[in-house]
Design a protein around this ligand. Structure first.
Ligand SMILES: Nc1ncnc2c1ncn2[C@@H]1O[C@H](COP(=O)(O)OP(=O)(O)OP(=O)(O)O)[C@@H](O)[C@H]1O
Ligand SMILES: [Mg+2]
Length: 233
């Protein structure tokens, strides 16, 4: 089943179009990478999916429902969870408090217990303020916050940015396990090779357009892809 269906999306701020005609699909329990260089429009794409840019047009559907007609909070209710590239936790709140303040959750206590089971590193530090966590722990907390609402799809904007190599592997490992709990992922990543290795399909954005797309294994084997976006063969 198709979860996210984007056709000819154009989005931007003020007068300028940043995303200039993108088609993207994410199916149930699928992991999809969106790669691309700095400034390609990846975060703008993510914000547009969540209703957080001033201008967006085209077709944006989630489970058949028109996202463009929905406010950001309603997009979360239909099953999209968003982990922004920056400022994705409340620094002055503890781990548990960060989970308690997520809106749109039926039974906070039960869901928090499930999240602490899923992320044992967070359970051990549940009363610690987010500002005192390591980068890797903080990213796990951001994931846990997003999963609180039992989404069908996670939208992850550069979840491995600014993490050390061993933590990068941990984050990709967490993403890889999402389909097993019924969650698809649209992963925006500059670490294209590693992200494609755990993905079913991928897209490469350049200047607001998808310049390449296909099965992850085909993109990984593509010579032009390797030269331009994977840092050589
Ligand atoms: N709030 C904003 N107002 C105006 N222009 C913006 C805004 N946010 C981003 N832009 C512009 O949109 C373009 C694309 O930015 P975007 O953040 O989507 O790129 P990105 O692919 O996510 O880059 P990065 O890999 O560095 O995160 C850039 O030229 C940027 O300056
Ligand atoms: Mg970005």
């Amino acid at each position: 089943m198709t979860l996210l269906a984007i056709e000819q999306m154009v989005a931007g701020y003020g007068e300028i179009d940043i995303v200039t005609g993108i088609d993207i699909a994410v199916h149930e329990k699928e992991i999809v990478t969106v790669a691309g260089t700095n400034g390609a429009g990846k975060s703008t794409l993510a914000k547009a999916i969540m209703g957080l840019v001033p201008r967006c047009r085209g077709v944006l559907r989630f489970c058949g429902e028109d996202l463009l007609a929905m406010r950001p909070e309603d997009r979360i209710k239909v099953g999209v969870a968003y982990v922004p590239q920056v400022e994705n936790v409340f620094p002055s709140l503890t781990i548990v408090e960060n989970l308690q303040v997520v809106v749109g959750v039926q039974n906070h206590a039960a869901r928090i217990a499930e999240m602490l089971d899923l992320f044992p590193a967070l359970a051990a530090r549940r009363r610690v303020r987010a500002e005192a966590l390591s980068g890797g722990e903080r990213q796990q907390l951001a994931f846990a916050r997003a999963l609180m609402t039992q989404p069908k799809m996670m939208l992850l904007d550069e979840p491995t940015a600014a993490l050390s190599p061993n933590l990068v592997a941990q984050v990709f490992d967490t993403i890889r396990k999402l389909p097993a709990i019924g969650v698809a992922a649209l992963v925006i990543e500059q670490r294209a090779r590693q992200s494609l290795e755990i993905s079913d399909r991928g897209y490469v954005l350049d200047s607001g357009k998808a310049v390449m797309s296909g099965a992850a294994r085909d993109l990984l084997a593509d010579a032009r892809m390797a030269d331009l976006y994977l840092g050589g063969a």
